[in-house]
Ligand binder design. Structure first.
Ligand code: GLN
Length: 301
């Protein structure tokens, strides 16, 4: 019996397979996974339903929408922008081209912050930290921290108003909007002594732009052509945002007890040096990503 006979031409499974082939031909790396995400999105179903119902007929009325979704992905638009969503730390985040797509390795930064802060503020007491997420983008870090630790006071900032709107909407979706303040501004500027939103920050977390400017043209087309340059470009050596934040740290009302930064490949030692020049942190450690690269710098005082 042929594969066609078994799966049935026009079944969900067959359309999925053909869609994946179409994406692969267009040079899409994760063609199978992306075709599946697009199909689930189109049908408004979960993966378990697709695995159960893949032999059923593809709804004829949805053919045009299916082709349109495939065409958008084939043109190089990241699948997360096509479907408008990316999961982070178990929660769905809305994403638009105004925000970086949250990366799995950034979940490790959220985890590192939770662990380090739980040691200093063990909870259930009356003290809870004030947490600032600089360059919040989609709000993935700020919303995750606020949702995981409801007693924390979280502030999320971004240079981009458009990004802040996305972050706010994500905070709403996860019931955290009443507990997160959203502030437009550059790095730590709004929060310094005497500034409009002067803030005694206990925990500073940031995944700033860290790609060296000259490396931007060589990025994967999905990233280069669709993700916001504002969220990627870290200046000549990619370290500009860390240098600026390190310079601003002493101008905050007090020094944070925790600074947790995501950094680019090879940048961890220099980022750590920038922090050590500001204060004598008892503990500065690196957290590796899934590729074994030192991806986060966590300083605890
Ligand atoms: N991790 C992103 C990338 O690899 C870069 C994000 C950033 O600059 N903070 O494209």
């Amino acid at each position: 019996m042929s594969v066609e006979r078994e799966t049935g031409v026009g079944s969900l499974g067959e359309l999925w397979r053909r869609g994946a082939a179409q994406l692969r031909q267009a040079g899409v790396e994760e063609a199978n996974a992306d075709a599946e995400l697009l199909l689930l999105y189109l049908l408004g179903i979960g993966k378990s339903a697709l695995l159960r119902d893949w032999r059923e007929a593809f709804p004829a009325g949805k053919s045009e929408d299916w082709q349109a979704l495939l065409a958008r992905r084939a043109s190089g638009i990241p699948v997360q922008y096509v479907i408008g969503e990316q999961y982070f730390y178990g929660r769905a985040f809305k994403v638009t081209e105004a925000v970086l797509i949250p990366r799995p390795e950034t979940e490790l930064l959220a985890e590192a912050v939770l662990e380090a802060a739980d040691r200093i503020w063990p909870g259930s007491g009356n003290s809870a930290p004030v947490v600032l997420d600089v360059g919040t983008g989609s709000g993935a870090l700020a919303v995750t921290l606020a949702a995981e630790r409801p007693d924390w006071q979280v502030v999320a900032s971004d240079l981009s108003d458009e990004a802040l709107q996305v972050a706010r909407s994500n905070a709403q979706s996860h019931g955290a909007d009443a507990r997160i303040a959203f502030i437009q501004g550059d790095l730590l500027s709004p929060f310094l002594r005497g500034s409009s939103h002067e803030l005694a920050v206990d925990v500073l977390v940031s995944n700033p732009p860290y790609i060296p400017s000259a490396d931007i043209p060589g990025l994967q087309r999905e990233v280069r052509d669709h993700e916001p340059r504002l969220a990627l470009d870290g200046g000549d050596d990619g370290l500009d945002p860390y240098r600026a934040m390190a310079g601003q740290l002493p101008l905050l009302p007090r020094l944070p007890r925790i600074v947790a930064w995501e950094v680019g490949a090879g940048q961890a030692p220099e980022a750590a040096e920038l922090l050590r020049a500001v204060a004598d942190w008892g503990d500065v450690r690196f957290v590796k990503d899934y590729a074994g690269i030192d991806r986060h710098v966590v300083a605890v005082k």
